[in-house]
Ligand binder design. Structure first.
Ligand SMILES: [Zn+2]
Length: 78
């Protein structure tokens, strides 16, 4: 079973968990035939990786590595 993104003739897109050998489901919005569209799964997987240190916001280095007390002290008093 894999996740596929499907698009119908109306332009609806939706994702299904689908067996490779089973027939594609019709659109739940209109019952029209659907086609597979290229999955974004791989792209999302790469984007989910934590960013390397060199692309972290530079301002973070001015907060003593995110020291909670220091950050709290930066907030305006209520
Ligand atoms: Zn549709």
């Amino acid at each position: 079973m894999s996740i596929y993104e499907l698009r119908c003739g109306h332009g609806h897109t939706f994702e299904v968990i689908h067996s490779f050998t089973a027939p594609l489901p019709s659109c739940p919005g209109g019952g029209t035939a659907t086609v597979k569209v290229p999955s974004r799964f791989g792209i999302a997987g790469r984007a989910a990786l934590p960013p390397p240190p060199e692309v972290m916001p530079q301002a973070w280095r001015g907060t003593y590595d995110g020291n909670r007390e220091y950050i709290t002290s930066l907030r305006p008093a209520p």
